[in-house]
Structures are given as structure tokens and as C-alpha cells.
Design a protein around this ligand. Sequence first.
Ligand code: NDP
Ligand code: OXD
Length: 298
Amino acid sequence: MSPWKKAIQKIDPEIEIDIWPAIKNKERIQFAICWNQPDHLLDNFPNLKAVSSLGAGVDHLLSDESLPESVDICRVYSHSLVQQMNEYITGAVISIRRHFARYIRQKDQQQWQVHGRGQVAGSRIGVMGLGAIGGPVAGRLAQLGYSVSGWSRTSRDLNGINCFAGRGELGNFLRNTQTLICLLPLTSETEGILNLDLFKQMQPPGWIINAARGNHLVDEDLIYALDSGLLEGAWLDVFSEEPLPGNHPFWNRPNIIITPHIASLTQPEEVAEQIAENYNRTLSGMTPRKVVDRTKGY
Ligand code: NDP
Ligand code: OXD
């Protein structure tokens, strides 16, 4: 956490910061910034008013049942988070379409074999989650000429995107989708959403790109869908257990691409100002910016 302390104090040297577990006085803690904190750690601070996630996701905070309702939960956002995700998803989509992972494996075996590709405009891409990150990612893919659909909880109207909303329109969204990108927050409604029933509704043979949270995916359903030819491959950045355990079946599958949760990383210098502002707002009794709606779960 030292780089975070340094970046925040560069913005506002007056802010006193202790790094857990070296907390000098638990009663004095009013604002916390956390990522994957141990369960019940936050119970220890009786005067805690707000907690900020160090990233875009807040599932690690909302799942901490010990966190009182009175404590505000907020998150951070930066242009760079979106830019990195754009780069990651565009890279994955292009690699899938142009079979780059296959060619890399083929080189190891000195194999010269051409794989076909369809028209860019015929590539049907579906983006689940059209929020701060998913919205711009869908827009970028549409600009590149792909045929893009998007799915969100409430109706959205995004230029160049065929938008669907809610469970009632999920089937229609999936019928248009061959490459499915998950950029949903992890909530009670979205946990396990990437399952066999959903894969069956996609245009075969499909691809899944999951850069949201590992618990969106039902691991054994993915294996079944790959073995039965429902899906051609999966590109995964996030896993239900991270680091992915050495004995996990995903490691041995050539058609599962694995990256170690690097799609989009928050840099302290890029969000220190937001954290300092939210700290100061909290101390003056104001609601922090980018506060999470606990009933929606994001
Ligand atoms: P936002 O909260 O800005 O957007 C969430 C989107 O998901 C909204 O469009 C929302 O719908 C939609 N949504 C939420 N619940 C449902 C539901 N039940 N059914 C349909 N749609 C739903 O999130 P971000 O775009 O900032 O981030 C998304 C996630 O990406 C994060 O929660 C995090 O888990 C992950 N992430 C991963 C990173 C990585 O490195 N792998 C980096 C950064 C983020 P509506 O528009 O109607 O509100
Ligand atoms: C995030 C992440 O949520 O890095 O920001 O996963």
C-alpha cells in the first residue's frame, strides 16, 4: 500500500494514513481504502464512515457482511482503466478472429497451416454490462466495424450498438452473439450467469471473454461447452480463485487463454485525487462521489 499512501499524500500532505496492520489508533480511522481485505477486518474501526475500493469492482466490499449499512462504499474510475480495458478486449477479439494463439502454438511445432476468417462486419459481438467500462468498450468495437450488441439491467441507447436490457431480452441478445464479452459487476443477480443455459443460446461456435469476475462463470459448464463444441474457446482474465490453482483443469486446455487479472489495473497516481476528495467529503459529512447503491449491488 506504500505507493497509495505516497500518491494520496502528494495530493494532500495533511491526510494522515496508516497502513494495516500497523494501525496506531483504531478509533481515529474514518475512511479506508481496500482491495481484498480479510473478512471482518473492517469491524475493528468504530468510527469508519466510508470505504473506497482500489478498483472499479466493489464485490469484495459488498460481500463483507460485517460492514455496517451506515458506511458508504465507493469506487474509483479513471480514463486509463477504460483505455486499458479497450486495449485488452480489442486485442482478445482480434486474436480470436485472426487465430493468433493458434499460430503461436503452431510455430512451436513448425506447422504451416492457414485458418479461415469471416468478414469483420459479420462478427457478432455481445457485451454484457454497458457501464463506465463496458459502454466505451462496446463503442470502440463498433467503431472497428464489428456488429455489436449490448446488454444491461436498464435500457440504454448507445450509438452504433444494438441494445438489450433485463432478463426478458437476454435471449434475443444472445441469439445475436457469437463472441460474448462479460463486463458486468458481480452481484447476486449476475453470479454464475456464464453458464450452460446461456452458452446454448449463443450463435455457435462461440467464444467467451470474461474480464469481469471469476464467479460470473460456472467453470464446469465452460469445460462441458468446450468439449461438446457449443463453444470454441474462452479468454479469461479473472477466476473464482486467484491465482488460479496449479491443478485447475483450465491450465491444460489449449482453447482457454489465461491472463492473470491484468486487463485493467488502477494506478495510484491516476486516482489519488478522487480518493483524497472522497476522504475530505466524508469528513465534512458529505456523501462520497461514485458511491455504490447497495440495493443494486454496484
Ligand atoms: P458499472 O457499474 O459502471 O456498470 C455495470 C453495468 O452492468 C451497467 O451497464 C449495468 O446496467 C450492468 N448490470 C449490472 N447488473 C446487471 C444485471 N443484473 N443485468 C444486466 N446488466 C447488469 O461497472 P464498470 O463498467 O465500471 O465495471 C464492470 C466490472 O468490470 C467491475 O465491476 C469489475 O468487476 C470488472 N473490472 C475488471 C477489471 C479487470 O482488470 N479484469 C478492471 C476493472 C473492472 P445499467 O446500465 O442498467 O446500470
Ligand atoms: C477492478 C479490477 O475492479 O481490477 O478494478 O478488477
